[in-house]
Design a protein around this ligand. Structure first.
Ligand code: ADP
Length: 271
């Protein structure tokens, strides 16, 4: 896949980002509510994700996956701790700066596609550039649509496409700004198995061919098996990880974590 800003990005990476990390979380905590009603959704999550990696985040219901994604993507502010995007701390940025940063440096793929029905497919793909105040690069939009298998579909409306095709548009939209990280929230949750596989293949391809960095929250072991690294959350803490696991190994780990969560037990990091 073509990468619009690779040269610039690589130069700046050499100058200011020797670590090669796309995103870092340092002791992220998120408490909802206060006093007796306080819910500790994240209890000190620390991790570093290299550029060009595909990470899946899994965990039982209520383990903190959504909160993790919201905090890491700058959609929510952690109660304490720091998120660094390309080496830059973002947690204390003003709301305006954070919005700008999300538009230009982060891509999003949601379970429900979140395309604007009144815009054409091409206009949807170009929207992040427009919102970021950048030139709408129609050639790049067409190239990305071709890469996700939707050549010639640019003038259609989302309502004329299947769910799988709409998610492909969302992936093209997430790639258009050449973001530092793409966050995918249950991207295959609304798709049938075959279509889900195609969409996961496209995310994998974005990492392998274009050097994108993908962080995906999913409860589906098959989806997670497309990742290089699967991180497990349990009760707001990291509870182990697997590298290049197969779906069965992931499913087994999930069963164990869910059983432990059901018993209200502590999960060891080595689990
Ligand atoms: P998951 O995505 O793994 O299901 P969440 O991040 O949604 O987990 O939730 C983690 C914990 O935080 C849960 O106990 C949940 O009930 C709680 N929680 C999430 N959002 C809020 C909120 N806005 N207010 C209060 N508690 C919340």
């Amino acid at each position: 896949m073509a990468s619009r800003r690779k040269t610039k990005r690589n130069q700046s990476a050499q100058l200011s980002e020797p670590s090669g990390l796309a995103i870092e979380l340092r002791d992220i905590r998120r408490v909802y509510g206060r006093g007796d009603a306080a819910v500790h959704a994240l209890r000190g999550v620390t991790l570093a994700l290299p550029r060009g990696s595909f990470t899946a985040v899994m965990g039982p219901s209520g383990s903190g996956k959504s909160t993790f994604l919201q905090c890491a993507a700058g959609l929510d502010r952690p109660t304490s701790g720091e998120v660094l995007l390309g080496g830059e701390p973002i947690t204390k940025l003003s709301e305006n700066r954070l919005t700008q940063l999300r538009r230009s440096r982060i891509g999003f793929v949601f379970q429900s596609f979140n395309l604007l029905p009144s815009l054409t497919v091409q206009q949807n793909v170009l929207l992040p550039l427009r919102l970021a105040g950048e030139r709408p690069d129609r050639r790049r939009a067409a190239a990305l649509l071709a890469q996700v298998g939707l050549e010639g579909h640019g003038r259609r409306r989302p309502g004329q496409l299947s769910g799988g095709q709409q998610q492909r548009v969302a992936i093209a939209r997430a790639l258009i700004t050449d973001p530092e990280v793409i966050f995918a929230d249950e991207p295959t949750g609304a798709l049938d198995t075959g279509t889900a596989r195609d969409v996961l293949g496209l995310l994998r391809q974005a990492v392998d061919a274009a050097g994108a960095t993908v962080v995906m929250v999913s409860h589906d072991p098959t989806a997670a098996s497309y990742a290089d690294r699967v991180l497990f959350l349990a009760d707001g803490s990291l509870a182990g990880e697997l590298h290049r696991p197969d779906p069965q190994t992931i499913a087994d780990r999930m069963v164990a974590l869910t059983a432990q969560a059901g018993r209200g037990g502590q999960v060891s990091a080595a689990a």
